[in-house]
Design a protein around this ligand. Structure first.
Ligand SMILES: C[S@@+](CC[C@H](N)C(=O)[O-])C[C@H]1O[C@@H](n2cnc3c(N)ncnc32)[C@H](O)[C@@H]1O
Length: 211
């Protein structure tokens, strides 16, 4: 099973869940940091609850996911929807075309070199002073260690379903030369999980080009 097939099937199981239509807690926490009428990339947007929330607040939202089922199930048409994989480079957007890159629980599926490439791609897409808002599963997640280990903190639970768990240190090492962090901590919350084992990063694009 490919990751896309896995995610199309997974998104079908979300039908009828109340949280799939509610803006996430992270979206509500970060939106006040966005500049007015920002160009926002929602990377790995799923069924679009955060994209629609940002658009309703006056932002211009581009929503990317590889699951066409998820993109077809947006509650309204207020965001531009693009079917693409976050593991296919370069993304189909010009340099410096966004004020905000936002990724909620969508960049922890990849091997380390791909994850690093995603971070450099996010930086390429941001304008000077642009904001990166990321939330990922942490190494303290109760599910950490389940499945077949593929590498440090990286597991396959079933074909198409791979998951990486981040420490603050790993996320810092992956992004420190690209972004200036305002917040890097591990108290992220979701509507559906009882734990708070999510690492949150809010950071500004570095002016200096990475080496
Ligand atoms: C846990 S869901 C989060 C969705 C949404 N951001 C939210 O918070 O509801 C992970 C999302 O990442 C997407 N995803 C996983 N791998 C991807 C890839 N290689 N390219 C694009 N999207 C991907 C999935 O389709 C899914 O929508």
């Amino acid at each position: 099973m490919t990751a896309t097939t896995f995610w199309n099937a997974k998104h079908r199981t979300y039908r009828g869940k109340d949280w799939i239509r509610r803006p996430t807690l992270f979206a509500q926490e970060v939106i006040d940091r966005f500049p007015p009428s920002a160009d926002v990339l929602d990377a790995g947007c799923g069924q679009g609850q955060d994209s629609v929330y940002f658009a309703a607040a006056g932002h211009r939202v581009t929503a990317v996911d590889h699951s066409d089922f998820a993109l077809a199930n947006f509650p309204d048409g207020s965001a531009r929807r693009v079917t693409a994989s976050l593991a296919d480079f370069p993304y189909p957007f010009a340099d410096a075309s966004f004020d905000v890159v936002y990724a909620h629980l969508s960049v922890h599926y990849f091997d380390l070199p791909t994850t690093r490439r995603i971070m450099t791609e996010f930086r390429r897409l941001l304008r000077p002073g642009g904001l990166l808002c990321l939330m990922v599963n942490s190494v303290d997640d109760p599910e950490h260690g389940e499945g077949t280990q593929l590498g440090p903190d990286y597991y396959e639970l079933e074909p198409g379903d791979r998951k990486r768990y981040f420490s603050r240190r790993t996320l810092h090492d992956l992004t420190g030369d690209l972004f200036l962090p305002y917040l890097l901590e591990q108290h992220g919350r979701t509507h559906k999980d009882p734990h708070q084992a999510f690492v949150r990063l809010i950071a500004e694009r570095n002016a200096k080009e990475p080496a």
